[in-house]
Design a binder for this molecule. Structure first.
Ligand code: HEM
Length: 152
């Protein structure tokens, strides 16, 4: 289950479904880190680039679920809400964080675990993970697979 959680987190880091959170604005001029953020100016957060920052992540473009798993492989300690530190923010952070982030994490883990547990997967196409912007960012050629029920 630790590895499963690592896979979900790594998926959200490497391929966040939203490359930007919703645009935000400040209600008055603010100076942040020496930069003026003007009143009502549109503020966008580059979510994907944060998750791919080589100063923060080793081999950022590689898909490595292990990066989230503690040395003994027993558990994953990663605060996706960014309350302690922000290394990636697939759900945004702060007051306007996705209100469903815990529900979404649970659903992702539940779906992936059950799909792997219940079915055998036989690939029928070549997947292309290149990113394409639709309503969210999706993969260019998603997996097409022939599923058969596993006999437990
Ligand atoms: C993998 C799944 C999901 C991802 C990656 C995601 C990501 C996000 C992001 C990045 C934002 C913008 C945060 C910001 O403006 O700073 C957001 C907002 C929001 N999300 Fe999600 N979300 C997911 C699933 C869901 C689900 C399942 C629901 C509803 C059941 C949901 C409901 C909302 C709502 C209502 C907002 C607006 C919150 C506000 O503006 O105050 N999201 N989400």
């Amino acid at each position: 289950m630790s590895y499963l959680k690592g896979v979900i987190l790594e998926g959200l880091r490497r391929h966040p479904p939203a490359h930007f959170v919703l645009p935000h604005a400040v209600s008055e001029d603010v100076v942040l880190g020496g930069h003026l953020v003007p009143k009502n100016g549109s503020v966008n957060f580059m979510v994907a680039e944060m998750g791919w920052d080589p100063k923060v992540w080793e081999d950022p473009m590689e898909f490595k679920p292990e990066r989230f798993i503690n040395g003994d492989g027993s558990k994953v300690e990663f605060d996706v809400s960014g309350n302690r530190e922000i290394k990636m923010m697939p759900f945004g952070v702060g007051r306007r964080i996705c209100p469903a982030h815990a529900l979404a994490m649970l659903h992702l883990e539940y779906f992936v675990a059950n799909l792997v547990w219940k079915f055998e997967w036989n690939k029928v196409n070549d997947v292309d993970l290149s990113e394409v912007q639709e309503f969210t960012v999706v993969m260019k050629n998603p997996l097409h697979s022939c599923l058969t029920l596993r006999k437990h």
